[in-house]
Design a protein around this ligand. Structure first.
Ligand SMILES: Nc1nc2c(ncn2[C@@H]2O[C@H](COP(=O)(O)OP(=O)(O)O)[C@@H](O)[C@H]2O)c(=O)[nH]1
Ligand SMILES: [Mg+2]
Length: 257
């Protein structure tokens, strides 16, 4: 397999995956790094980048709806499995391309892509070695303690399911006020602060559960690197780039355990 690195951008629907692929590609161009964006979302409508290979060439959500007489939700489920079936053809589309990084834009619904066969199978077909995940926290969900913990658990679930090195980032950082950003970053740096915030917030969880849950997340290294990124302002990309380098130059920190 070539020496390229595959970076999969994941996150809940609307978290900013597609925009980040476009912005990271621009950032890489500006810094003299070579990358190729690939679209794996059969439901994408307008892409802010030109994909060199596009799953929609083989699979389109609107056609799945029509062909199998499915509504949008049923079609998403079917498409998640069809992505896996089409993975070999997509790989043939890019396997001879020379680049250092393939930037993979993934489907809107993370739970369908990651929990069904789409993601694990596609990652295997594209080459599991030298692959990693960027998981984007949507700031609108990350602003409350329970929302932040829920995203941490989802991120941990994706890491558990896909078994790849993973970077968690706080997306759309430009939309947060400085104090909101500080509060979230403080939770990410200090489990004790997060623990207290969860217990203090209404609807917080039971104390014993919170303690054990945070111990587990801590042991997984769920927050061993977490930083803000803005695709709009192109900030935070150097941090992503540095972690990718660290992981693939023998850095052990983010390797799956
Ligand atoms: N302000 C701001 N908006 C963003 C940023 N990234 C994405 N968005 C917006 O968030 C919405 C969803 O983004 P998209 O990339 O389509 O999300 P996806 O569903 O995860 O691929 C779009 O309206 C984007 O313009 C960002 O860094 N800053
Ligand atoms: Mg998208």
């Amino acid at each position: 397999m070539a020496e390229n690195i595959n970076i999969y951008f994941t996150g809940t629907a609307g978290s900013g995956k597609t925009t980040m692929v476009a912005a990271f590609k621009d950032w890489m161009n500006e810094h003299g790094y070579d990358s190729i964006p690939i679209n794996l979302d059969p439901g994408a409508e307008n892409l802010p980048y030109v994909p060199e290979v596009d799953i929609r060439h083989w699979l389109r959500l609107d056609e799945v709806m029509e062909q199998f007489a499915l509504g949008p939700n049923g079609a998403q489920v079917a498409a998640a499995d069809l992505i896996a079936i089409n993975a070999e053809k997509v790989r043939e589309g890019f396997e001879d391309m020379e680049t250092d990084y393939f930037l993979m834009d993934t489907p809107g619904q993370i739970e369908l892509f990651a929990f069904r066969d789409g993601a694990p199978h596609t990652i295997d077909v594209f080459g599991r070695d030298r692959s990693m995940i960027v998981f984007i926290f949507d700031p609108t969900m990350a602003q409350t303690p329970s929302g932040f913990v829920s995203l941490l658990m989802l991120s941990a679930t994706v890491q558990f399911r896909l078994g790849l090195p993973q970077i968690n980032v706080l997306g759309k950082a430009d939309t947060l006020e400085p104090e909101e950003l500080n509060e979230i970053m403080n939770w990410s740096l200090d489990y004790y602060a997060l623990y207290n915030a969860v217990l203090e917030s209404s609807g917080g969880m039971e104390k014993n559960l919170a303690v054990e849950l945070f111990q587990a997340l801590d042991a997984m290294g769920a927050l061993s690197s977490f930083f803000p990124v803005s695709s709009l302002e192109k900030t935070g990309f150097e941090d992503i780039y540095n972690v990718v380098q660290q992981v693939f130059s023998g850095g052990e920190d983010l390797e799956p355990r």
